[in-house]
Design a protein around this ligand. Sequence first.
Ligand code: LCS
Length: 400
Amino acid sequence: MKSKRIETVLIHEGYHPSKYEGSLNPPLFQTSTFTFEHALQGERRFAGEEKGYIYSRLGNPTVQILDERMAVLEQGEAALSFASGMAAVSSVLFGLLKTGDHILCSQGIYGCTYGLLQLMKEKYGVSHDFSPMDNEEMLRSQLRPTTRCIYIETPINPTMKIIDLEMVVKIAKEKGIIVVVDNTFSSPYLQQPLTYGCDIVIHSATKYIGGHGDVIAGIVVGKNDFINEIRMTTQKDIGGVISPFDAWLLLRGLKTLHIRMDRHCENAEKVVSFLKKHPQVENVFYPFDPEHPQYGIAKKQMKRGGGVLSFTINGTKEDAQRLMNHLQTIRIAVSLGDAETLIQHPATMTHSVIPQPVRESMGIYDHMLRMSIGLEAWEDICADLDQALNSFKHTKTVQS
Ligand code: LCS
């Protein structure tokens, strides 16, 4: 049969009720271990001579359903779920790299991923550089003979800059470099980097995949060989596995990903047009805004612009904080992809571990705010923003 559409895959892939007493929903195998019928069965399972579960750090049926669904959603061969997005990122990087290797990274990444790169440099001798990856020439000039991995966020957290996946893959393939893409901001519904030839996709499933702000989890998708290697090394031996209950919640969240994402995008588009007209707003950053410098690339590789946007105000850091404090419906919180609209101040929150000069070279300024647009009525989100933006009207120091 022809492969199914994404909306159907989100709901059915990897599960059939007939295998589980007709249960419409995948059962939750909330167990740490699995019993063997006899000693030899245990020996065979450990030796890989017989299929079957052993211990939930090594595999669990609920988790396996999630992995199979995610692999198909990202059009990869296999997937692995983790206890957090950072467990996924670190398991991939520690699995791929060794002392002396070099990572070329998009000029902008989540604060804790930045922290991990620093740790890998200082303690394990894996170096990195940041690159805007704006064009082929620039990208080529920043590759070293030791570059083993190109690590990308697109859209970048929180600047919403876009990296051209097709261009990066073309150059990486010439040099045998592995391309890793953190696809958290788009979810597989809006962007599928493996279809452009990228090698590995990572998600903080905490965000859109879970969708309800009640799970911390991560997922990695890629080729069988790589996923098996990670399964048997950094996942098994470092041990950042997902709990069966969290996998179950993610399976529930995935069923509505398409509907939620469409609504997040529709609401974000409305908020973008509202913010762009507001006199207190300096700049708005959203991939599907025709004025976004990489609008053409975003259009090429994303279905829609997503639910996250950032903006700078005509004011100071204190004005940005005052604005946040005036909000009534919008919640002040990090994370994204939830039903609730969230606002945070990257310079003092998600990206505060990055030293200010580096942060500014990435385009993260003190008068910038990031919003994750939720599923409320867009009119209410805009009204809340409007009253909060007007709160510093008469006190602001306009930036030159
Ligand atoms: N990758 C990206 C792009 C992220 O935004 C995050 C978390 C992670 C990886 C790590 O995932 P976690 O371990 O939290 O599941 N980003 C956050 C943010 O922007 N606000 O709060 C967390």
